[in-house]
Design a binder for this molecule. Structure first.
Ligand code: SF4
Ligand code: SF4
Length: 502
């Protein structure tokens, strides 16, 4: 226990105590609400800029059109995905899987080198929470101390008005996010129908919007950092990806320790500008005045990095699972270092090994392994994307139908064709029976012009003269023509099934 007589005892106490509990749970096992101080500084400005770009992209994604297609669409219900105007149909699902795999590997690679940089700068949870909802909260309830006071105050007019206003605005934004989220899944046209047409025609959509709104509202009004601590799977496995070479928001303990407030230093007989001792001294030595070496580092134990932390942790305890690398503590500490005329960067982006052994580029076998796999998957993905068929045809025999004797004596098999136009041009498609067979292809439905990034369906008979049928089953070839040129040849089976007998 720290006493005036033993000023160094506090800084030498066992600092491992934080491992016994998490910052957002109090001694009674209850949620300890985090009232984070409003961050200010260079990193916060950069993060704000990045978040404005991301928020614009996120909200605009389903509504902006490229060649008539939305910028982004993730219709998992119909397995239709659109990325930057490129449509991926169910036949391209392997590409979507590869794209997701590439994305996961990108995160793994970046986590191994740069820690949770994704969480702090680009994760939608952090962007919405810290750059939208938290800012609304500061605007309505004030900074952290005012928020704390408001929470503790009785329910008076001021509290009712501020809390109601905050939750109303939170609900409004949650509603907007829910609509946008749904637009990503079903498309903005469908969403527009749900909004404008009678509720009775879109019960499912109406329930989905309200359900998503409630979920988003609860996430940003109540669960907040708990989502990162307990719900996010990435947060859980990141500890397996980082190591002592990973660059992340880190407290320079070599420079900062032993920490001590200006008061503690003064009582121990040191000033902030005294040179720091190479190995420090013990509290007993300092109390007994046995050493004149300054044991204190640059950390003035002001707590600015702790009060600003939205995860409720102390970065000086080292890398912790709860840290989302938001950089707020870097800004807070830099401000304090400026105030006491010490160099900035006591908390900075660096690695444990950089602090202990000097700079070391964190490219090692494990990272090289991730990089190799990542480059391999990325190349396969890019190769398959660039070489995928521009006009793809899926041809199937009509299930359950046998060969038919047609009125003109020909023998027919019924087929279904689905032609996907993956280009940005209009295609005038045609289907023809490949030469060398005594027969013809008879369309039942007219094959319409296929607009860009769209598809058309057609049913048709392959009608053969009876004398052309030489076996119970034999292959025939269908040519797919588009804008006057053959774009694909599809083989299928013709089944005579005894229909050759008059
Ligand atoms: S420790 Fe620093 S970087 Fe990590 S969450 Fe807290 S404020 Fe953000
Ligand atoms: S803000 Fe900097 S000086 Fe203040 S307690 Fe944190 S690390 Fe120490």
């Amino acid at each position: 226990m720290y006493t005036a007589a033993d000023p160094l005892a506090k800084v030498e106490k066992d600092s491992e105590e934080y491992r016994d509990h998490i910052g957002t749970i109090n001694a009674e096992g209850r949620r300890a609400w985090v009232y984070a101080k409003k961050p200010k500084g260079r990193f916060f400005q950069w993060r704000s800029l990045v978040s404005y770009i991301l928020l614009t992209l996120m909200f605009a994604g389903p509504y902006v059109r490229i060649h008539g297609q939305p910028l982004l669409l993730l219709n998992i219900l119909e397995r239709k995905f659109i990325l930057f105007g490129f449509v991926f149909w169910p036949q391209d699902f392997y590409l979507v899987v590869l794209a997701l795999l590439t994305m996961i590997l990108t995160i793994v690679l970046f986590t191994s080198v740069f820690g949770r940089i994704w969480c702090g700068w680009t994760c939608p949870q952090t962007v919405f929470m810290e750059m939208l909802f938290r800012k609304i909260e500061y605007a309505i309830e004030g900074d952290f101390q005012a928020q704390k006071q408001l929470a503790l105050s009785p329910w008076n007019a001021n509290k009712i008005i501020r809390k109601s206003a905050k939750f109303l605005v939170f609900y409004g934004f949650s509603f907007a996010i829910a609509n946008t989220f749904l637009a990503y899944i079903i498309g903005s046209d469908e969403l527009f129908k749900i909004i404008t047409e009678p509720v009775s025609q879109h019960i499912g959509g109406f329930i989905a919007i309200n359900l998503f709104t409630i979920v988003f509202f609860l996430v940003f009004a109540r669960f907040r950092e708990q989502v990162c601590h307990f719900a996010c799977p990435y947060g859980r496995f990141q500890s397996a990806l980082v190591d002592n070479d990973t660059i992340s928001v880190t407290y320079d303990f070599k420079r900062g320790e032993k920490r001590g407030t200006l008061g503690v230093r003064k009582k121990a007989g040191f000033s902030l500008s005294d040179a720091v001792a190479a190995g420090g001294v013990t509290s007993a030595e300092a109390s007994a005045g046995q050493s004149s070496s300054n044991p204190f580092g640059d950390c003035i134990d002001c707590g600015a990095c702790v009060v600003v932390c939205p995860s409720g942790i102390d970065i000086r305890n080292g890398i912790q699972l709860e840290c989302v690398q938001c950089t707020a503590c870097i800004d807070a500490c830099n401000k304090m270092m400026d105030a006491v005329s010490k160099p900035r960067g006591l908390i900075r982006y660096t690695s444990f090994n950089s602090i202990t052994n000097g700079y070391k580029f964190p490219l090692k076998w494990r990272t090289l392994g991730y990089l190799t796999v990542w480059l391999g998957v990325l190349s396969v993905f890019a190769g398959l994307l660039l070489t995928r068929e521009k006009i793809e045809t899926v041809l199937l025999r009509q299930p359950g139908m046998l060969a038919q004797r047609l009125p003109d004596g020909f023998v027919g098999n019924l087929y279904n064709a689905k032609i996907f136009n993956k280009t940005f041009d209009v295609q005038q498609a045609e289907l023809r029976l490949a030469g060398g067979v005594q027969g013809e292809l008879r369309l039942i439905d007219k094959l319409n012009t296929i607009t860009a990034q769209n598809f058309a369906e057609a049913r048709f008979f392959v009608a053969l003269k009876p004398e052309a049928i030489t076996a119970p089953n034999f292959p025939v070839e269908i040519e797919v023509w588009s804008n006057g040129a053959v774009v694909a040849r599809k083989k299928t089976i013709f089944i005579s099934g005894g229909a050759t007998t008059p």
